[in-house]
Design a protein around this ligand. Structure first.
Ligand code: ACO
Length: 326
């Protein structure tokens, strides 16, 4: 017998306001087009939070949806982990705000900051807490309001990102210790801080005292993405003791359709095994994987027993992959 972190519920939230590419096309001086955005990124629309709507508010709605899906109460959760780079406040953590918002009076909560790889990092942390017996049920959330850190005069970045939240509940269950077990079978994390200048926000508490705006050398990040994502996913599959042929669904970070197709092609998998939401959500950073997973579960594509690969790369650079049997 081996303790596994098994998914028991998932949910998501997207803000009401849907922004089609045509809105950027109409922005004076931005000089972009629906055609360019679709062709270069695959993005057709994204959701933006309403004025005053915060990351924790979106996370709480997603968390409630996950609790409903699991059929459990918030009081049955031991730990809340929120992956975000766009917290409501410098502190306290978004996770403690979620804890309060759900009416939890016990357990513990903290944020994880690994930008677009945040959800993968949070899953690895939740798995470690469960496998080591420190928590029985963990709420893992990815939630972002990237619309608040955009430079609206920079057409190379502002057309790419969106807001939203996704939440997944993991529960300790006994498995046989085989690859047929449900739950997280392997995790693989990496970072390389020497690539800081490829993707960063030019403000922060101790440097400028401001929130700053996102800066990205897109082409360079793209170059790292396909290679590093393929490698980490292959390593994670190897650690789990499964092969590419066993994979039912790839649930990738949704940054760019060309990165997704490039990576999946390198795996040797067809696109009909990939959950793609980038056209509707844009890049929601740490929220993109739980959003895509929740969509795939809600529409019935992801079924109990399916083998999932999730992989992400983002600012840091930080990247990684998780192998999970649903
Ligand atoms: N509209 C019109 N033209 C544009 C736009 C735009 N919105 N943006 C850039 N261009 C122009 C450029 O100025 C350039 O023009 P030039 O040739 O005259 O210089 C031309 O289009 C091509 O630009 P590239 O940057 O070479 O375009 P590319 O095909 O690389 O696509 C993109 C850019 C979409 C950013 C891509 O590089 C990408 O997706 N990169 C990776 C992003 C990513 O994965 N980030 C990691 C996660 S995010 C996180 O962690 C927060």
């Amino acid at each position: 017998m081996i303790r596994r972190a098994v998914p028991i519920g998932i949910g998501h939230y997207l803000p009401d306001r849907i922004v089609p590419n045509s809105e950027f096309e109409a922005m004076e001086g931005l000089d972009t087009s629906d055609e360019w955005i679709r062709a270069r990124s695959g993005i057709e629309r994204r959701h933006f939070a309403a004025e005053g709507e915060t990351t924790s508010q979106m996370a709480i709605v997603a968390a409630r949806a996950a609790l409903d899906h699991a059929g459990i109460e918030a009081s049955q959760i031991d730990a809340v982990i929120v992956a975000t780079s766009t917290p409501d406040l410098t502190f306290p953590s978004v996770a403690t705000m979620v804890q309060a918002g759900l009416g939890m009076d016990g357990g513990f909560a903290f944020d994880v900051q690994a930008v677009c790889a945040g959800f993968v990092y949070a899953l690895a942390n939740a798995n470690a807490l469960i496998v080591s017996g420190q928590a029985r049920r963990v709420m893992v959330i990815g939630a972002e309001t990237f619309s608040r850190i955009m430079d609206w005069t920079d057409r190379t970045t502002c057309v790419l990102f969106g807001d939203g939240a996704g939440a997944l509940i993991l529960e300790a269950q006994d498995g046989a210790g085989t690859t047929d077990d449900r739950g997280i079978l392997a995790t693989d994390l990496h970072s390389d801080g020497t690539h800081r200048d490829l993707l960063y926000v030019d403000g922060g508490v101790s440097a400028t005292g401001t929130a700053g705006v996102l800066k990205m050398q897109g082409k360079e990040v793209f170059r790292h993405a396909v290679e590093k994502l393929t490698k980490t996913a292959e390593t994670a599959l190897e650690k789990a003791g499964v092969s590419v042929a066993d994979v039912d669904w790839v649930v990738p970070h949704q940054a760019n359709i060309r990165i997704i197709t490039g990576t999946v092609k390198k795996f040797g998998l067809p696109m009909d095994k990939v959950i793609v939401t980038v056209q509707d959500h844009g890049n929601t950073s740490a929220a993109s994987i739980p959003l895509a997973m929740s969509v795939g579960v809600a529409d019935g594509r992801i079924q109990p027993g399916d083998l999932l690969v999730t992989e992400a790369i983002g600012g840091g650079l930080a990247w990684g992959a998780v192998i999970l049997r649903w």
